[in-house]
Design a protein around this ligand. Structure first.
Ligand code: AG3
Length: 278
């Protein structure tokens, strides 16, 4: 069979693109907040695109979702109440509820269409959204966090890039409310882009989080469809340290996360160490 000559291209920055051959366009719409497209790609399966940026694909989503959820949930000794800001596809929630200690997982997603379309086209990623422990709130995550002081053990900030609807999710003021929304021994993880092309952002977030949390760490994972493939996560924690307090493995139905990968993720290449030097 001849292959289609339709290609998806994300302009990752002004000098860099990623291209994926498309078999089929499944869905396109303009929501209240952003453009949203779902296409079937030859290489990575079904792809979710928001405002032209790759959010996730069926074939590599496990890296990001597991590494966002399980590092933090194997740092806190007994996480019961968790919040995901953004993450409307449900991937982080699906991983979070694999932890038997988690009694309540709130998703605060601003764009209800992302949740609906993910349920339709990404049933595997969205599978956790119907779990009885999950509470889906279609609301502004910034306001949700402000209005829920002292409630959460772990908060995940699963945002888009720091443009458009997500700008406020990278502001110091937001990390301050995240700190207030956490319990006294709480911690958070935010996705913080690529050390190859988003140095300024990573440095800014490190500085802000260090001002607010006694423990601030950066770790890495490899997501082939994100800009440069090398992806960073920033953790801010009030009490528990991801290496000193690493918990015995609790979840083993993973494809990327293991006890060793948890440790290895904090071993940073020299240029990344230098980037975040105190
Ligand atoms: N969160 C967004 C990652 C940012 C990707 N950036 C890009 N492609 N320019 C992903 C949401 C998955 N739950």
């Amino acid at each position: 069979m001849t292959k289609s000559e339709l290609w998806f291209t994300e302009l990752q920055n002004e000098n860099l693109t990623i291209g994926l051959r498309i078999n089929k366009i499944l869905h396109s719409e303009q929501t209240e907040y952003q453009t949203m497209d779902v296409v079937e790609t030859e290489q990575y399966g079904t792809l979710l695109v928001l405002d032209g940026c790759v959010m996730t694909t069926d074939k590599d989503e496990f890296v990001y979702h597991e590494m966002m959820a399980h590092v933090a949930l194997h740092t806190h000794p007994n996480p019961k109440s968790v919040l995901i800001v953004g993450g409307g596809d449900g991937g982080v929630i699906r991983e979070a509820i694999k932890h038997p200690s988690v009694e309540r997982a709130v998703l605060a997603e601003i764009d209800g269409r992302v949740v609906e379309v993910s349920k339709q086209y990404f049933p595997n990623i969205a599978s956790g959204l119907s779990d009885p422990r999950v509470d889906v709130q279609i609301t502004d995550g910034i306001k949700y966090v402000e209005n829920h002081p002292g409630e959460f053990d772990v908060i995940f900030i699963d945002s888009t890039d720091p443009i458009g609807p997500a700008v406020g999710l990278f502001a110091k003021q937001f990390y301050e409310s995240v700190s207030r929304a956490l319990k006294d021994d709480g911690l958070f993880v935010a996705q913080t882009e690529s050390p190859f092309i988003n140095q300024d952002l990573i440095q800014k977030v490190q500085g802000d989080v260090r001002d607010l949390f006694p423990i601030t760490e950066l770790y890495l994972a490899y997501v082939p469809t994100y800009p440069t493939g090398m992806w960073s996560f920033t953790m801010g924690s009030k009490k528990y340290h991801p290496l000193r307090d690493q918990q015995p493995i609790r979840v083993t139905d993973t494809k990327y996360y293991t006890e060793q990968v948890h440790k290895a993720a904090f071993a940073l290449p020299r240029f990344v160490e230098e980037l975040i030097q105190k």
